[in-house]
Design a protein around this ligand. Structure first.
Ligand code: ADP
Ligand code: MG
Length: 243
């Protein structure tokens, strides 16, 4: 059963076609990898799903509901969390303060207006612990390593208990220990029913983690299948070699 359905999504920036009548569906309860050469439209797809960009045409359905061109806060509150290729954190705030800011996001049930409430503190600490950065709670976010920033961003979105998590290059520039921790957390959440869509260039990470892989090229899906099938697909090899 598909949880997220992209139907003929189109998006251009001036003359540049980022999404070219792109259609794909994301299966509920699975970890799907999204790969493709640089510039193939992966981040743009994330942006249109999560409301950071509007589509020029096409539709996005989440659990059967039309969420096309909804606001980022609305999409997040509905249960779709995403991280960014370049993290978006508040560098001068400490790690725990960043968590509090994330908890203030519009639409999060019950969390608004409870700034510094004991339950909120507790929840923020539990999530930092889950991603392995509790020891950094009072460190300004600017002082974190690149990998630690990514883990903080991952903890951010867990505040909302998302049903779907979209990760944009979570392992890029991250050391192997943290990549392993991240992979085990993704598996753990998936075992509890969370659906994942993961953009990543680290093929070992994609192949070991994903149930299924979708390949994009020039703004549209060109292949999908098991990690092994996709790897041997001539169209996929050509897309990577050709550009
Ligand atoms: P990927 O994440 O697969 O590398 P992107 O979605 O970032 O690809 O980019 C797809 C294409 O759209 C690229 O040609 C990129 O330069 C272009 N693009 C993406 N965002 C913008 C933007 N805000 N303004 C102009 N061009 C953009
Ligand atoms: Mg990208």
């Amino acid at each position: 059963m598909s949880l997220l359905e992209i139907k003929n999504a189109a998006k251009s920036f001036g003359g540049i076609v980022a999404l070219n009548s792109c259609s794909l569906s994301i299966e509920k309860g699975k970890i799907t990898g999204l790969i493709g050469p640089n510039g193939s439209g992966k981040t743009t797809l994330f942006n249109v799903i999560t409301g950071y960009e509007k589509v020029d045409a096409g539709e996005i359905l989440y659990d059967g509901k039309n969420i096309t061109n909804s606001s980022p806060d609305k999409v997040f509150a509905m249960g779709i969390g995403r991280t960014f290729q370049l993290t978006r954190i508040f560098p001068r705030l400490t790690v725990i303060e960043n968590m509090h800011v994330a908890a203030q996001r519009q639409g999060l049930r019950g969390l608004m207006g409870q700034w510094n409430a004991p339950q909120e503190q507790q929840r923020a600490l539990e999530l930092l612990d889950y991603v392995g950065i509790t020891h950094l709670k009072d460190t300004p976010a600017a002082n974190l390593s690149y990998g630690q920033k990514k883990l903080l961003e991952f903890a951010f979105i867990l505040i909302a208990d998302p049903q779907v998590i979209l990760l944009d290059e979570p392992a890029g520039g991250v050391n192997p220990t943290m990549i392993n921790l991240l992979a085990s957390r993704i598996r753990g959440l998936n075992a509890r029913g969370v659906t994942f869509l993961v953009v990543e260039h680290n093929m070992e990470f994609v192949m070991s983690l994903c149930d299924k892989v979708t390949v994009m090229h020039r703004g549209a899906k060109i292949a999908e299948g098991t990690p092994k099938d996709v790897r041997q697909n001539p169209a996929v090899l050509e897309a990577y070699l050709g550009d």
